[in-house]
Design a protein around this ligand. Structure first.
Ligand code: FE2
Length: 193
């Protein structure tokens, strides 16, 4: 299923990728498109994109660019489901369709951004993203965070557009001070164009 808002966002994002636009320019241009898209989610999302998983937050691929320069996912969060502490190594634009998505940021205190160990992270701010909210991030320095929904709040559904296929991300063990790249294995599959 497609809609003008969906086609418009993909066309705009594809043009930016083709022009090798900077991450900051990508999120600046695409955040307003995401705002429009979340108002029209029912015109292109299907019931399967809203399905939750009892074991972890559910991740449904909605769109993957043929050259893998873009990916759009619908994420479904049940109460109490969280990501690990992670960064994406990519720019991203996130819009909230249902519920309140919580993001807790971490600030890297150790100077070597490439280090896989000896990483010191401090807890940073908390952002509560209600229905209709759009947020974004750029890499370098990486945006390190956990995202999810606390047990006491209803579940949430969000759209996530990234500047690459998000089939792996960096996860952090805060107390051990380590980072490692892990595959993101729980894609449910989706529309390939
Ligand atoms: Fe994230």
């Amino acid at each position: 299923m497609t809609s003008p808002a969906f086609e418009s966002l993909i066309a705009r994002a594809s043009a930016l990728a083709r022009d090798d636009a900077s991450p900051a320019d990508c999120v600046l241009a695409l955040a307003p498109s995401m705002l429009e898209l979340i108002e029209r989610a029912t015109t292109f999302l299907e019931p399967r994109h809203y399905q939750s998983d009892p074991d972890h937050y559910a991740r449904h691929l909605v769109y993957a660019a043929p050259d893998e320069s873009l990916s759009l996912y619908a994420l479904v969060w049940s109460p109490g489901q969280w990501t690990p502490v992670h960064d994406h190594g990519s720019w991203g634009v996130v819009g909230v369709l249902e519920g309140v998505l919580e993001e807790r940021s971490y600030l890297r205190q150790s100077p070597d951004r490439a280090a896989e160990e000896g990483i010191r992270l401090a807890r940073g701010g908390v952002t509560l993203l209600g229905r209709g909210a759009v947020t974004s991030f750029v890499p370098d320095p990486d945006h390190i965070h956990v995202t999810g929904v606390p047990p006491q709040r209803p579940g949430a559904v969000s759209l996530h557009l990234y500047g690459r296929m998000m089939d792996s991300f960096n996860t952090y063990d805060v107390s051990a001070g380590t980072r490692r790249r892990v595959p993101v294995a729980h894609d449910s599959g989706g529309i390939k164009r």
